[in-house]
Design a protein around this ligand. Structure first.
Ligand code: SF4
Length: 203
């Protein structure tokens, strides 16, 4: 079975020399252009959007353990471990990009619909892609709930819309967000305000 994330690791590799592309795109103009997409994100459903270097997106071995021993979704969605990249595999993916747009949204009253978050994240990914950022790839929050029951014994039936969460791929979301000044904290009760984070990788 090909996991839903597998296309990240294949398909685009032969399009061009990435080091050469990266070298040309390191300049301030490239960053300035990417900042326009941060503005676009802030005009949609997100409370915060920050352009970060992928070296500021942290992976850690313990994150996968939290999925396996602490989350009832382990193995139940193609966007969750063990179907998703390990932290080490994700580090390689992150290091094949220069930048990412980190997205954050509070779950205030009337905002409990996480599909709105994912749809806006995919819109941003698609906008970047059609503007020529062909490597653009979004990562959302939590398990994918697009189908009533996930097709875990086969292929994803909505691979065009399904994206793994940051944490499902071994990203330390807390550290990544807190280093950018986003105030995530551990929830201590169901009434606590929740937060969602996502990421769009881009180069
Ligand atoms: S779109 Fe459906 S099959 Fe694909 S990961 Fe989501 S729930 Fe599973």
């Amino acid at each position: 079975m090909t996991p839903v994330w597998a296309w990240v690791l294949q398909g685009y590799g032969s399009l061009m020399n990435e080091r050469g592309m990266s070298g040309r795109r390191e300049g301030g103009l490239h960053v300035e252009k990417l900042r326009r997409y941060v503005t676009k994100a802030l005009e949609s459903v997100f409370d915060d959007a920050v352009l970060v270097r992928t070296s500021e997106v942290y992976t850690a071995p313990w994150v996968r353990m939290k999925c396996q021993f602490g989350c009832g979704w382990y193995g139940k969605s193609l966007t969750c471990p063990p179907h998703t990249p390990t932290p080490a595999e994700m580090r390689l993916v992150l290091d094949s990009y220069t930048h990412a747009i980190l997205l954050h949204r509070n779950w205030r009253e009337g905002r409990q619909d996480v599909s709105e978050f994912h749809d806006a994240l995919l819109d941003l990914e698609m906008t970047l892609f059609f503007d020529g950022y062909y490597k653009a790839l979004g990562m959302g929050t939590g398990p994918c709930k697009r189908c009533e029951s996930c097709n875990t014994s086969g292929h994803c039936v909505r691979g065009d819309r399904a994206r793994p969460s940051m944490e499902a791929c071994g990203i330390d979301v807390f550290q990544t967000a807190q280093r950018q000044g986003l105030s995530l904290r551990v929830l201590t009760g169901r009434e606590d305000e929740r937060h969602s984070c996502g990421l769009v990788l881009v180069e």
